[in-house]
Structure formats: C-alpha cells, structure tokens
Design a protein around this ligand. Structure first.
Ligand code: 5RP
Length: 228
C-alpha cells in the first residue's frame, strides 16, 4: 500500500468517531483531506452533523464544498472531537505538527475539543519526537533572533519558503523549520519555546496531546489509546 492509500484508509476509519448532531473540529493536511472526502461521500452522516470548526482556510473551503456548515471559534464553546493528522506522534500521544503551516489554528481548535483523535499512517509513529523538522510559527520581526536562540540549543532553524519567498501563514506570520532537536521532554520543551518573545506557536502538541491515534498499517488500522 502507498502512504496515500494508508492515509485514505485511516481517514475512513475516523468516520466511526463522528456521530449525528456532532460539532467537530477539523485539522489540516492530506490525511484530513481524505477524511473530508470520506465524509462528503457519506451524505447521510454529513447532513446529520451540526457543523465543524476549521483549522485553516484550505480546510474551510473543502468543508464548505461538501456542504458542511463551518462555525467560527467564537460561536462555539466545545467540540465533541477534533480530528487531525500529525507529522510525528510518539507512544504517549505527544505530537509534532505544522507541516502544513496550520499549527496555530490547529492548537486553538483542538483546545476546545473533548478528545483529540490523531489520524496517521505508521510512518508517523516515533520513539522520540525530533526526526521531522519542527515547525514554529513566528512574528517576522523576531525570526532572526529566534534562529539564534535555536542555534544555542544546538539546532538549526530555517525560514520556510514558498515560491522563493517566505511562506505567509493564514495568520500573516512566518514559519521556522527546526532540525537537530531530540525532544525527549515534550511538555517542558513546548512550555520553554512558547514563552520566547516572537514565537506564536511551537509545533509540539504535548499539553494538548492526542487521546487516541488511529494508525494505518498495511495490515489494517490500529487504535492507540493514551493514558490520561
Ligand atoms: C498541518 C499539520 C498536518 O496535520 C501534518 O503536517 C500532517 O500532514 P499530512 O496529513 O499531510 O501528512 O500539522 O499543519
């Protein structure tokens, strides 16, 4: 099976966690795109939902295209579930996210969900976070200083480009991708980097880790449940 087929498989499995009347949070990325497609292919379930809160402009367009009503964060107090992919997930449900540059809104939407369900293919499961370059959304004015701060940790941060220019997020900010990190204490690391001036959001999701991970393997989808 290709990685894309695994993503489609796990996205379909995630529909089992969506129920009539739910207001759901929806992440961003290619795995989530498969989830939205699967939801759209199930009109009975799709029509039965109250709606969704979206984590990016791209996801909003896809949700609207399948006829789901998209709610703003300030109209909603809580969500039954939040469904999103990850760039890495460890055996405690701690994740690295932001490969699609949507990490800030993803963290905001996930914060009001009763349960974070991560949908991933088996290549995303790691022993220790840090293999995937860590995305950090930053205020442009602070980016050079933040590159220096990461280098003091022995890591290398580079500005993410798109078409030769700095990528601009949905929030009008930039992304640094940081390599050379071994994040063996994700909770402490997230707290540390989040308080550096100019950091909008660090792509470690430890304080808001996943409750479950649906993990696609060629033998089927495994469900990892993390202790609370
Ligand atoms: C976007 C994300 C995605 O969840 C992450 O990059 C995984 O993406 P994909 O499902 O395309 O592999 O955090 O900001």
């Amino acid at each position: 099976m290709t990685q894309d087929e695994l993503k489609a498989l796990v996205a379909l499995e995630a529909l089992k966690y969506v129920h009539a009347g739910d207001l759901i949070g929806v992440g961003t990325g290619s795995t989530v795109n498969h989830f939205i497609k699967a939801l759209g292919a199930n009109p009975v379930l799709c029509k039965s939902l109250k709606g969704a809160v979206s984590s990016s402009v791209a996801t909003t367009h896809l949700l609207q295209a399948i006829g789901l009503s998209v709610w703003e964060m300030d109209q909603v107090e809580s969500l039954s579930i939040y469904i999103d992919g990850a760039d890495e997930i460890d055996h405690n449900g701690f994740m690295v996210k932001g490969g699609g540059a949507a990490l800030t809104r993803e963290k905001i939407v996930a914060s009001i969900a009763k349960e974070f369900i991560c949908i991933a293919d088996e290549t995303k499961l790691v022993q220790t976070l840090g293999r995937f370059p860590l995305p950090v959304e930053v205020i442009p004015m602070a980016q050079v200083q933040l590159i220096r701060q990461f280098s003091q940790l022995g890591a290398q941060a580079v500005l993410r480009l798109k078409d030769g220019k700095p990528l601009v997020t949905d929030n009008g900010q930039h992304i640094l991708d940081v390599t050379g990190l071994k994040i063996d204490r994700p909770l402490d690391f997230e707290s540390l980097v989040n308080q550096w001036p100019g950091v909008v959001t660090v792509g470690v999701f430890a304080h808001q880790r996943a409750a479950k991970c649906l993990l696609a393997t060629p033998g089927g989808v495994k469900t990892l449940i993390f202790n609370s």
